[in-house]
Design a protein around this ligand. Structure first.
Ligand code: SF4
Ligand code: SF4
Length: 92
Protein backbone atom coordinates (compact mmCIF):
# COMPACT_ATOMS: atom_id res chain seq x y z
CA UNK A 1 0.00 0.00 0.00
CA UNK A 2 1.42 3.42 -0.90
CA UNK A 3 1.70 6.25 1.64
CA UNK A 4 -1.31 8.24 0.37
CA UNK A 5 -3.54 5.14 0.49
CA UNK A 6 -2.25 4.31 3.95
CA UNK A 7 -3.08 7.80 5.31
CA UNK A 8 -6.48 7.69 3.62
CA UNK A 9 -7.16 4.37 5.34
CA UNK A 10 -6.07 5.77 8.73
CA UNK A 11 -8.30 8.82 8.23
CA UNK A 12 -11.25 6.56 7.37
CA UNK A 13 -10.66 4.43 10.47
CA UNK A 14 -10.50 7.55 12.68
CA UNK A 15 -13.78 8.83 11.23
CA UNK A 16 -15.43 5.44 11.68
CA UNK A 17 -14.24 5.35 15.30
CA UNK A 18 -15.52 8.88 16.00
CA UNK A 19 -18.86 8.03 14.38
CA UNK A 20 -19.52 5.44 17.09
CA UNK A 21 -20.04 8.22 19.65
CA UNK A 22 -23.72 8.79 20.46
CA UNK A 23 -22.99 12.31 21.79
CA UNK A 24 -24.67 11.51 25.08
CA UNK A 25 -22.06 13.49 26.99
CA UNK A 26 -22.04 10.96 29.81
CA UNK A 27 -18.24 10.70 29.78
CA UNK A 28 -18.15 14.50 30.20
CA UNK A 29 -20.56 14.50 33.14
CA UNK A 30 -23.85 15.24 31.36
CA UNK A 31 -25.74 13.11 33.89
CA UNK A 32 -24.06 14.65 36.92
CA UNK A 33 -24.65 17.90 38.80
CA UNK A 34 -21.18 19.17 37.89
CA UNK A 35 -20.34 18.47 34.22
CA UNK A 36 -17.38 19.81 32.28
CA UNK A 37 -17.73 23.54 31.65
CA UNK A 38 -17.11 22.93 27.94
CA UNK A 39 -20.07 20.62 27.50
CA UNK A 40 -22.97 22.12 25.54
CA UNK A 41 -26.43 20.60 25.13
CA UNK A 42 -27.74 20.94 21.57
CA UNK A 43 -31.36 21.38 20.47
CA UNK A 44 -31.61 17.75 19.40
CA UNK A 45 -30.73 16.59 22.93
CA UNK A 46 -27.19 15.52 22.10
CA UNK A 47 -24.07 17.13 23.52
CA UNK A 48 -21.08 18.84 22.01
CA UNK A 49 -17.68 19.95 23.29
CA UNK A 50 -16.85 23.65 22.84
CA UNK A 51 -13.13 22.91 22.57
CA UNK A 52 -13.16 19.50 20.89
CA UNK A 53 -10.05 20.00 18.74
CA UNK A 54 -7.94 21.10 21.73
CA UNK A 55 -9.78 19.24 24.51
CA UNK A 56 -7.02 17.03 25.85
CA UNK A 57 -5.36 18.40 28.98
CA UNK A 58 -6.50 20.36 32.03
CA UNK A 59 -10.18 21.34 32.04
CA UNK A 60 -12.62 22.62 34.62
CA UNK A 61 -16.08 21.52 35.68
CA UNK A 62 -18.91 24.04 35.97
CA UNK A 63 -18.17 24.45 39.69
CA UNK A 64 -14.44 24.92 39.03
CA UNK A 65 -13.07 21.45 39.80
CA UNK A 66 -10.00 20.76 37.68
CA UNK A 67 -9.55 17.47 35.86
CA UNK A 68 -7.70 16.14 32.83
CA UNK A 69 -9.68 15.52 29.66
CA UNK A 70 -8.32 12.42 27.95
CA UNK A 71 -9.15 10.22 25.00
CA UNK A 72 -12.12 7.88 25.56
CA UNK A 73 -9.72 4.92 25.18
CA UNK A 74 -7.85 6.17 28.24
CA UNK A 75 -11.10 6.82 30.14
CA UNK A 76 -12.04 3.17 29.65
CA UNK A 77 -8.51 1.99 30.51
CA UNK A 78 -8.79 3.88 33.80
CA UNK A 79 -11.72 1.66 34.76
CA UNK A 80 -14.70 3.86 33.87
CA UNK A 81 -17.65 2.01 32.39
CA UNK A 82 -20.67 3.60 30.73
CA UNK A 83 -23.20 0.87 29.84
CA UNK A 84 -24.68 2.72 26.86
CA UNK A 85 -21.40 3.90 25.39
CA UNK A 86 -20.46 1.94 22.22
CA UNK A 87 -16.76 2.19 23.12
CA UNK A 88 -17.39 0.42 26.43
CA UNK A 89 -19.24 -2.51 24.91
CA UNK A 90 -17.34 -5.62 25.79
CA UNK A 91 -14.95 -3.78 28.10
CA UNK A 92 -16.96 -4.12 31.28
S1 SF4 B 1 -20.14 8.14 26.85
FE1 SF4 B 1 -19.49 7.29 24.88
S2 SF4 B 1 -21.17 7.68 23.48
FE2 SF4 B 1 -21.44 9.05 25.24
S3 SF4 B 1 -20.38 10.96 24.63
FE3 SF4 B 1 -18.92 9.71 25.76
S4 SF4 B 1 -17.81 8.59 24.16
FE4 SF4 B 1 -19.70 9.34 23.23
S1 SF4 C 1 -13.23 19.18 27.37
FE1 SF4 C 1 -13.28 16.95 27.49
S2 SF4 C 1 -14.60 16.49 29.25
FE2 SF4 C 1 -14.97 18.62 28.63
S3 SF4 C 1 -16.72 18.56 27.23
FE3 SF4 C 1 -14.85 18.50 26.00
S4 SF4 C 1 -14.46 16.30 25.67
FE4 SF4 C 1 -15.89 16.48 27.41
Amino acid sequence: MDKASYFKKMEYQDEAYEALCKRCGVCCGSQTSDPCANLVKLNDGTYSCKVYETRHGPQSSVSGKMFACVNIRDVIKSGAYYPDCPYCKGSG
